[in-house]
Design a protein around this ligand. Structure first.
Ligand code: ZN
Ligand code: ZN
Length: 448
């Protein structure tokens, strides 16, 4: 083992990230310029592969279609830490950075995660740093974190291209996280004046319903009374869902929302098929189940009122995020050392951000942290969500993550072992896969 002390190694890490800062920011901006939706991130994936290969890393490709994996081996045996970045964009056609064909845009800032991951890789491949580590680092690029394009992904599922609809879920199923002991990533959030980063808090569990109303077509002018209007059934269901809002428990941070992704074919015919995509979110899987029962009654109410049939397909979504306190502590210590005291805002573990992430799923299997780098302006997922501070989003994030990994695996990986010792898994990867499979169901309700 090279006998360098932690402060010297941290200085090497910071220096190597500083030296490559321009290239890291340029890489993040290149990814911003090629936004691709989940499981379609082919350009992004091959771009990142090349960047990793320039660091002499051997890259495994095509995991869950576009996912990537590369290993940096420490000199001594020890735990394995995954450093994760997400490859996908979402669809916001009005965003200034959107792709004119697909409408995809990095309106969640995932491109900065890629720049930060490349920074971590740059720092940790340094032989002085690597030789001091007891354990390995696995760089993982995950597809499809944004849980969108459900019909497209269900088609991929029918074609056996994927089984689960998100990247991390699918990578867990494929064993890409087997042998990994803990995971860290960083996500962009708004600049709000307080600190450079935030850590802690939780996110919602969720699920999706593909709700297909089947009615009967008829001439909308000549004989509407001979039709069964599937659109009215969907709208009635949406109104029924709204009647339930006063029954939602505040602490559950329930969110029920949907879109009509097919509202009928032609205006002069009674719509005979309508697709309503419903999303249900809550702070726990139990609360989610209760909420789902209410919502399903509302879907059926729509069909019953109009005399339509409804097919409700439940698609397994995300688990709530549980973050490791001891990893969080190491992150905060390092951020404070590099950027000064109070550079991190720590949030209580029950502070629920309302959104959902598939890091939640991973957090049921291994200790994880999902801190935020405060670097954007505008509203997340909105047309005005723009990264303002690339230096903080990419360079500072890379420094804190690399220094955190270094602290965890330095000194015989004492801190990593402590983190692992404290963690109580909710699932093994195989139990997780079985439980997710069971969350997929389809029911049909005919009102006549
Ligand atoms: Zn997002
Ligand atoms: Zn995101």
């Amino acid at each position: 083992m090279v006998d360098s002390n932690l402060d010297e190694l941290r200085a090497i890490v910071i220096r190597s990230i500083d030296e490559s800062s321009e290239g890291l920011i340029a890489a993040a901006k290149s990814v911003y310029g090629m936004p691709e939706t989940g499981f379609n991130e082919r350009k992004t994936s091959s771009f990142v592969k090349k960047q990793l290969e320039q660091l002499n890393l051997s890259v495994q490709t095509g995991i869950a279609i576009t996912g990537l994996k590369a290993v940096i081996e420490g000199s001594n045996p020890g735990p394995t830490i995954a450093v994760i970045a997400e490859l996908d964009a979402l669809r916001v056609p009005s965003h200034p950075g959107s792709d004119s064909d697909s409408g995809a845009a990095h309106a969640c800032g995932h491109h900065i995660q890629i720049g930060a991951l490349l920074g971590v890789a740059t720092a940790l491949v340094n032989p002085d740093v690597k030789d001091s580590l007891s354990g390995n680092i696995v760089l993982i690029l995950t597809p499809a974190e944004e849980f969108i394009d459900i019909d497209e992904r269900l088609t991929r599922r029918s074609n056996d291209e994927i089984e689960f609809l998100s990247g991390k879920q699918e990578m867990i199923r494929l064993g890409a996280f087997d042998g990994i002991d803990m995971a860290i990533m960083i996500h962009a959030s708004n600049i709000d004046g307080n600190g450079n980063f935030s850590v802690g808090g939780t996110t919602n569990a969720h699920l999706t319903h593909q709700v297909r109303y089947i009615g009967k077509s008829a001439h909308a002018g000549g004989a509407p009374y001979k039709g069964i209007n599937a659109l009215q059934a969907a709208m009635f269901a949406n109104a029924a869902i709204n009647t339930q809002r006063e029954t939602f428990v505040e602490d559950d941070v329930a969110r029920v929302h949907g879109i009509i992704s097919n509202g009928g074919t032609s205006v002069n015919a009674v719509p005979d098929e309508v697709l309503y995509e419903g999303r249900v979110r809550a702070g726990s899987i139990d609360a989610l189940r209760l909420l789902e029962r209410k919502v399903i009654k509302c879907y059926k109410a729509g069909a019953l009122a109009i005399g339509a049939a409804v097919e409700i397909q439940t698609v397994a979504g995300y688990h709530p995020l549980t973050q490791s306190d001891s990893m969080g502590k190491v992150f905060v210590e390092n951020a404070n050392l590099i950027f000064g005291q109070h550079s991190v805002i720590s949030e209580p573990s029950d502070r629920n951000h309302g959104g959902s992430t598939d890091m939640g799923d991973l957090s049921k299997i291994m200790p994880v942290i999902h801190p935020y780098t405060k670097a954007a302006s505008g509203i997340g997922h909105g047309e005005d969500y723009i990264i303002q501070d690339y230096d903080r989003a990419v360079v500072s994030s890379a420094k804190v993550m690399a220094a955190t990994v270094l602290s965890l695996l330095h000194d015989g990986a004492t801190k990593a072992e402590e983190t692992i010792g404290k963690f109580k898994p909710h699932f093994t990867p195989r139990q997780y896969v079985k439980s997710q499979r069971e969350r997929f169901t389809t029911t049909t309700y005919r009102s006549q």
